[in-house]
Design a protein around this ligand. Sequence first.
Ligand code: ADP
Ligand code: ZN
Ligand code: ZN
Length: 742
Amino acid sequence: MTRPRQTTGDTPSSGVLEIVVPVPLHRRFDYLPPAGVAADEFAPGVRVRVPFGRGTRLGLVVTARAHSALPRSKLRRVTERLDDAPVIDASLLELLTWAADYYRQPPGEMVWQALPAAMRQGAPAATETTAFRATPQGLGTEPGQLSRRAPRQGEMLARLHAGPVAPSGLDEPGRRALRTLVARELAEPCVLQPDPGPTEWPAPAAGPPLAAAQAAAVDAILADGRRFGVHLLFGVTGSGKTEVYLQLIGHEVRAGRQSMLLVPEIGLTPQLVGRLRERFGDLLAVMHSQLSDGERVAAWRAAREGRAAVIVGTRSALFTPLARPGLIVLDEEHDASYRQQDGVRYSARDLAVMRARSLNLPLVLGSATPSLESLRHALDGRYTLQRLPERAGERRPPTLRLVDIDHHARQQGLSTPLLTAMQRHLDADGQVLLFLNRRGFAPALWCESCGHIVECRRCDARMTLHHAEDRLRCHHCGSEATPPPTCPECTSAMVPVGQGTERIEDVLGRLFPDVACARIDRDSVRRRGALEASLAAVHAGTTRILVGTQMLAKGHDFPGVTLVGILDADQGLFSSDFRASERLAQTIIQVAGRAGRGDRPGEVLIQTRFPDHPLLQQLVTDGFEGFARELLREREATGWPPYARLALVRAEAPSRAAPGRLLTALRRAGEEDATRLGVTLLGPAPAAMERRAGRYRQQLLLLADTHGPLQRLLARLLPVLETAPEARRARWSIDVDPADLM
Ligand code: ADP
Ligand code: ZN
Ligand code: ZN
């Protein structure tokens, strides 16, 4: 028989708790447990309140240890324990602490962002009562054995033999006894609820019979079994990828296991949610940024407690705890919104791979335009590759054509061939979608006499004219101004130059006065419900011409759209960012994929000044895969990702010199190690837009063949950043595997 652990009195044996606190510091903190409580009574993943600085904070226990590197006299005590059972289970906590290390982000912030806001503020974790039940070892232990030395524990074990016990109904000594039994592995947490049980989930509604390629993909993924494996579902737009996900998820639901479906920010359309509801009814939990705190925590609890069978959400939903995990699906895996850029930085796609690995689950990555990273893994055989080469049903792929915009007359950026095609498609009862990734009326306000252009006071950028509101806006920092009635330099008239979506909508109204036209961009959908209303009008066919930005590019299935016009393919053609051409190709193919998804074939016109550009030529002739393979060869030859690894250290400050000084000091401090480790340092150099929101920005790029040396170097550089005197005058951040170098 094991001796009951000593839990009374404050002896060194009561141990130390390693705790993360949501502050921007790259470390964990040691605390003593409350007096008379042993550290190992705190399971990892439990929230606690701790004194911090002059106030108190909520934190989360990462681990209990016997000793601290600090003298005990320097350690402060946990003042309150919020949870009996972990709010973040062991595997999720491990993922989050791993991610904090990998991305060099403050561990407390990494853990905290994984919790719904209500949980961050201390709301209870469970909907139903958290309870405890005897472990097999506990069931095999005679309560009488304990009673002699620890009567309360014996009493409690006897109760546990009879069934789960909820701590909420217990007095403090009772709770203590329960915790001790947990620490001795005689009891374990469980959730008291009317457990629906896997078999009681209603069967999902049936979908359409699958096409051969879809069925082959589903079978191959199922045949791979219930273990970790990454499957890249590379299916052309409209090939029925979503239907493949739904079938796989349906399979999990029938087996009583949960699925997580992650989609890009703008992929979470009412249409997709509608399709999921139709199939899975109340078993669906939706997590997106527009939920209220209450709704969000309710969805989170439903997932954690195993009541929701299907969890659909954007990137942060990846961190939802699952009671019975079965499958993770990440749609449009190439999408930039999987990259968290503000606050803690991470890639939800890459972390999804880690989560699936730690849960030993299959992960499906889907895209018509996979990232070069995933494509490379698939071609190398690390991921399985499932192809859907054709559109679902009888639908044909759209035809793509380049239009040399310099060789045709045009009206506000709409070339004659495009206008002619629009008329033809409208006459044939088709709908038209025009894509322009620039909102507002005109990207510049310009003086024809002296050439003066209105620039943002705080950025190296022009102000965009928003005509209807009569405002100038900076799209980089949000600054606003009233458009000057005349040129501030020479008092001549100012004219808007270039086109944004607002101007296109305006000119369409004049060119097609009898045709209903709508615009979808961030400005037009600001009102709650506006996007839903606009999309519904497209589906109903009342809107015949739709003009919009990125928001229209993916996910949408508008069966009536037969013509897509890409108004300006040249944004990104000559960018300094090595990923720009990959991005451009993805956008073009995704937007083009909105054409011809119904019964009638689709046509795509791509307006460009550079119709002979090899990139555009190859995309139009060979499609995305041929293009991507060529780009992979190029990246391999030049030694860029995915054949190399990058990290970026950014610095910014109100003074022009400070960021460069910090990064130069950093470079000096790291140069020797970099050479030894085989890491190339590039910079410091100004960011593509050096001044933004009143701050000057510089960056230092770290480049290596593999991730290891990069991590070792970052480990050396982090203390330098934290202590360098130059760091007092500049803000810095680290971006591991940066999505862009701008
Ligand atoms: P993707 O996600 O690849 O863009 P979707 O799953 O949205 O494609 O499918 C495109 C269209 O084809 C949708 O209208 C969908 O309902 C339809 N579809 C998909 N699979 C089938 C199928 N097996 N039989 C009939 N229609 C299908
Ligand atoms: Zn002027
Ligand atoms: Zn600005």
